[in-house]
Design a protein around this ligand. Structure first.
Ligand code: GAL
Length: 421
């Protein structure tokens, strides 16, 4: 029994019969949507989804659980589903979609997907990840690029520094920013943010093949190797350029430091662009986006999607299908991604309204796919089972925080973490 079933008023049927209520109202339902989009840019993007549903006469029930990266949201979701009280949709992505589908709690969206031709509108690899046993159970909203560096050009000018394209330049710029009294790197010490930095260092220092072998295939010989040693040492060096208030800081507050020029740069996915844009800042002028050092030819992807849960109420099922349909519509893909900082996942979209960062992202998505350097983000749940991801994040954050822990010890623990498969 769905406890969110809206009370049906007998008057409703009478009014429909008299033609007083529209057909839309007759089939209007409620969609309860779990997400963690609570920062400035994220909230604006989420508001577009709400508006899209309300325009169709449906009721939007917001189920926002704050916390970048979504760890808190996933904990709350688990308890809701276990108690038989699933929302209509939840922001779930990557291998976790399969994990939830295996529990038998996700709804089949094939009707919508067929009618809307999703198979021909999505990159095959993306479509496959949204299906369980060949049936669609989730709808995708975007493609985020994770391997970005965001910089404040004023701060760089003040420091006489150049926006870096490799790790040597990165540390040279960091030194110059520090000398100019500017916090070089805006960071939030939360494990998903630590890992966001770590995976960009791994990609920049080790290259795409190393990244795939070590962090996607979880090859023990790569997880413990001279290359990984170098990655870990470079990663740890980044910490020297963060400020003492970094532990626990939310990612959007770190972005705000770059916006205000208190900090010079931030390693973060392009949801950070949503923050710059929401603050009225223009790319190329007030802020700069460049690929994380050494990763210009690679692309770490993070596709946000909504898994759809089985519902009992017919009107709510209809609302849920309308949500899935709306998510993939060109209108929504455009307006949502303009706010979110990401690019549309739907193929063949016109990007005229998008800025240079988004256009670069779209071009690099295609070229890295051809070159074999399009890689899934571990930090953002796209690459490995959630248990492995959690264990690896713990190791990387321990290493970041504990100055006594050697790279050798971290590598041994990474090998052990990878066995959580
Ligand atoms: C990511 C998610 C993004 C953004 C970010 C920070 O995992 O894919 O949409 O919300 O977390 O909250």
């Amino acid at each position: 029994m769905n406890v969110f079933r809206p009370a049906r008023h007998p008057l409703g049927a009478a009014l429909i019969a008299c033609g007083v209520l529209s057909a839309t109202a007759a089939t209007a339902g409620e969609v309860e949507v779990l997400h963690w989009w609570t920062s400035g840019g994220e909230a604006k993007a989420a508001a577009e989804l709400k508006a899209t549903m309300q325009k169709q006469g449906h009721t939007w029930k917001d189920f926002a659980v704050a916390g970048g990266g979504g760890d808190a949201a996933m904990t709350v979701l688990k308890s809701r589903v276990v108690s038989g009280n699933s929302p209509a949709a939840a922001q779930i992505k990557g291998p976790s979609i399969q994990e939830w589908a295996r529990e038998g709690v996700l709804a089949n969206m094939d009707n919508v997907a067929k009618a809307e031709k999703w198979d021909s509108l999505l990159p095959k690899a993306v479509a496959d990840g949204l299906k369980y046993q060949a049936h669609y159970v989730a709808a995708p909203v975007n493609v985020h690029r994770v391997n970005w560096l965001w910089a404040n050009p004023e701060a760089f000018k003040k420091a006489g520094a150049k926006v870096p394209t490799n790790w040597n330049e990165f540390f040279a710029a960091a030194e110059a920013l520090k000398k100019a009294g500017i916090i070089p790197v805006a960071h939030g010490g939360q494990n998903w943010q630590d890992f966001t930095t770590f995976e960009s260092v791994a990609l920049g220092v080790g290259g795409a093949d190393f990244y795939k072998k070590a962090l996607v295939q979880l090859d023990a010989g790569s997880l413990k190797s001279p290359t990984m040693q170098k990655v870990l040492e470079t990663f740890k060096k980044v910490k020297d350029y963060t400020d003492k208030n970094a532990p626990g800081r939310d990612w959007n507050l770190a972005t705000a430091m770059v916006i205000k020029g208190e900090a010079g740069m931030q390693l973060m996915g392009d949801w950070a662009k949503g923050e710059f844009v929401a603050a009225g800042k223009a790319p190329g002028k007030d802020f700069v986006c460049v690929a994380a050092p050494g990763t210009a030819k690679s692309f770490t992807y993070n596709v946000d999607s909504f898994a759809l849960f089985k519902l009992k109420d017919a009107a709510n099922q209809k609302a849920q299908q309308d949500l899935a349909k709306a998510i993939m519509s060109p209108e929504f893909q455009e307006v949502f991604n303009l706010n979110k900082g990401s690019i549309p996942v739907r193929l063949g979209m016109n990007l005229d309204k998008f800025d240079e960062c988004a256009k670069t992202s779209a071009a690099d998505f295609v070229s890295s796919n051809k070159a074999g350097s399009l890689v899934p983000s571990i930090a953002h749940g796209m690459a490995v089972p959630s248990a492995v991801e959690g264990a690896m994040k713990d190791v990387v954050s321990q290493y970041w925080n504990d100055d006594k822990m050697t790279a050798g010890a971290a590598m041994d623990r990474l090998v052990a973490a990878a066995k959580n498969k």
